[in-house]
Design a protein around this ligand. Structure first.
Ligand code: VG1
Ligand code: CO
Length: 543
């Protein structure tokens, strides 16, 4: 086996976004494109020599081929060992766990997460650090810088290795360890939750539906829910991962997980429903006849986490992304623990988790997680809910109702305007940014603006500063509008409009969120001129 040095011309636009580099699959499949980015990863981390990496992906189209390329490059560049999920598959949280479990130097995860998969859909790649978490901005910036001067890469000229058999083999000088993608992750879950109590819940007739959306979580959910916790066979639906996710859009929200929503709001609905995304780090939870918004879910989990053995000693602190509702802040206040507000993207939670300052983290985009790994974790969130349901012996609706009665309700919604022409979206944001300083004290829709800014974050652990993380318009009654452009899309721009209004109760806790938020939605249209700039009056997706 020989090492080939391949000369290349640098590609433009290999800029990691909110969560790694995402492009159309065919872009990744063109000669040298993937290889160049993998090389920039190795360059940005000071080379691969002597290092151990975890490698795997969410099973989408091109995942197996990409893993072979990464292994051949790592071997050529002197890596010591690669730990690979069987079939080249690992969910994002399972990869994060393996990085930590084996104290590796990091991991390469192939996924475009909640984006559809297939030859004509999306593909992605990201690097996670030795702590198991996504590379921080300083590292992704170093990667992007390296992409611009890329001139050659080294790769081993070797036949593909068999990734379908668990066991060890040698690729050049590198040991390849093919492991079960599920076993270690499932064992970790057993250390965190009261499996006996959840088992008893299912044995007592509790019914659940878990929609894996033909993506990576099927085998994980089957093992944990059906095999280990005794949920009825068939609890997990769409449980076989497919390269194109069976045509499903594996984004667990009411729009894309419509089948689950219909079931949960239907006549013979199970007690509990959940769905996960392409790479298994997101979750949506639904009770019988009641949808739980991700921001509320985070707050309920924070308020009840002590009911699970892994969190019995309480939480050090909580963290949420800035656009996520302040519902969890109210819980933190009552618990007397710190609440942190970070920019969008899980990489910003890493330092807080490593420093032991936050135990639970969450984003409005259906992501929740804890210090057990350094990624958000869909199945983990579902298990924490199940533990709480088993312990409190109440329905989801009862738990949510009591939560709002205790803390008040943060009405919340996100409106996505997808595939806007990039130039128009940029012009709209620039115009809005230009008038931020003049908004304070003015009135819109009968509400007074208390302040407006472009969110900047100073990491309390390492002092790094991240600017331009989203426009915030804050009203004097605590309501707010947040606007930012997505960093995970592959076509044009996506505007995310986040809307929030607080109702202290006891009255007005049972409104429809879109109605409760109506004046704020109108205010956003007026202030940003969304329709004038984009031609769009209504969003494509509402969560
Ligand atoms: C979106 C979400 C963000 C999440 C990111 C990655 O980013 O809003 O909260 O961390 O996706 O999640 P953006 O930039 O498109 O708003 V995943 O499950 O796609 O890795
Ligand atoms: Co994901």
């Amino acid at each position: 086996m020989t090492v080939k040095t391949v000369s290349v011309t640098a590609f433009e636009g290999q800029k990691p976004g909110t969560s790694g580099l995402r492009k159309k699959t065919r872009v990744f499949m063109q000669p040298h494109y993937l290889e160049c980015f993998v090389q920039t990863i190795f360059t940005a981390i000071g080379g691969a020599a002597g290092k151990t990496f975890v490698v795997g992906g969410d099973g989408r189209f091109f995942n197996p081929q990409a893993v072979q390329v990464i292994l051949a490059m790592a071997a050529a560049q002197g890596a010591r060992r690669a730990i690979v999920g069987q079939g080249a598959v690992l969910s994002t949280p399972a990869a994060s766990h393996l990085i930590r479990l084996h104290k590796t130097d990091g991991g390469i995860i192939l996924s475009a997460s909640h984006n559809p998969g297939g030859e004509d859909e999306d593909f992605g790649i990201k690097f996670n650090m030795a702590n198991g978490g996504p590379a921080p901005e300083a590292v992704t910036e170093a990667m992007f810088a390296a992409t611009k001067t890329m001139a050659s890469y080294d790769i081993l000229d070797a036949p593909d290795i068999d990734l379908n058999q668990i066991g060890q083999s040698q690729l050049g000088g590198m040991l390849v360890d093919v492991v079960s993608p599920v076993a270690d992750y499932a064992d970790l879950m057993e250390t965190l939750f009261d499996f006996n109590a959840i088992h008893a819940l299912f044995a007592g007739g509790f019914r659940m539906r878990f929609d894996a959306m033909c993506a990576v979580t099927g085998p994980y959910a089957r093992e944990v829910l059906e095999a280990r916790l005794g949920a009825a066979p068939g609890t997990v639906v769409h449980g076989t991962p497919l390269p194109d996710f069976g045509g499903m859009h594996p984004d667990p929200n009411p729009t894309w997980a419509k089948e689950l929503m219909d079931e949960m709001f239907g006549p013979d609905a199970p007690d509990f429903g959940a769905a996960s995304d392409g790479d298994g780090d997101r979750n949506m939870v639904v009770g019988r006849g009641i949808y739980v918004s991700p921001s509320d879910s985070l707050a309920v989990l924070a308020a009840n986490a002590h009911l699970a053995p892994g969190y019995a000693k309480g939480l050090a602190g909580v963290a949420r992304s800035m656009p996520t509702s302040a519902a969890v802040d109210r819980v933190a206040e009552k618990l007397g623990i710190a609440a942190f507000e970070t920019p969008t993207g899980w990489k910003f939670f890493g330092n807080l988790l490593d420093a032991g300052r936050a135990t639970l983290c969450g984003e409005e985009s259906f992501g929740t997680g804890s210090d057990h790994v350094r990624e958000k974790d869909g199945l983990w969130a579902v298990l924490l809910w199940l533990n709480i349901l088993a312990s409190r012996k109440q329905t989801v609706a009862e738990i949510l109702g009591e939560h709002w009665a205790d803390y008040g309700r943060n009405y919340y919604s996100r409106h996505d305007f997808e595939a806007i022409e990039t130039a128009r979206a940029d012009a709209m944001m620039a115009e809005l940014r230009g008038k931020l300083t003049s908004l304070a004290g003015t009135q819109v829709e009968g509400m007074t603006i208390a302040g407006a800014d472009d969110f900047a974050y100073t990491d309390p652990v390492d002092g790094s500063v991240s600017r331009n993380q989203g426009v915030r318009i804050l009203f004097d009654d605590g309501s707010r509008i947040v606007m930012r452009l997505s960093g995970t899309g592959t076509e044009g721009a996506t505007l995310r409009l986040y809307l929030e209004r607080y109702a202290a109760g006891p009255d007005g806790l049972a409104q429809d969120p879109q109605e409760a938020l109506a004046p704020i939605i109108r205010a956003a249209q007026q202030l940003a001129g969304i329709e004038a700039h984009t031609g769009r009056k209504d969003p494509n997706v509402i969560t």
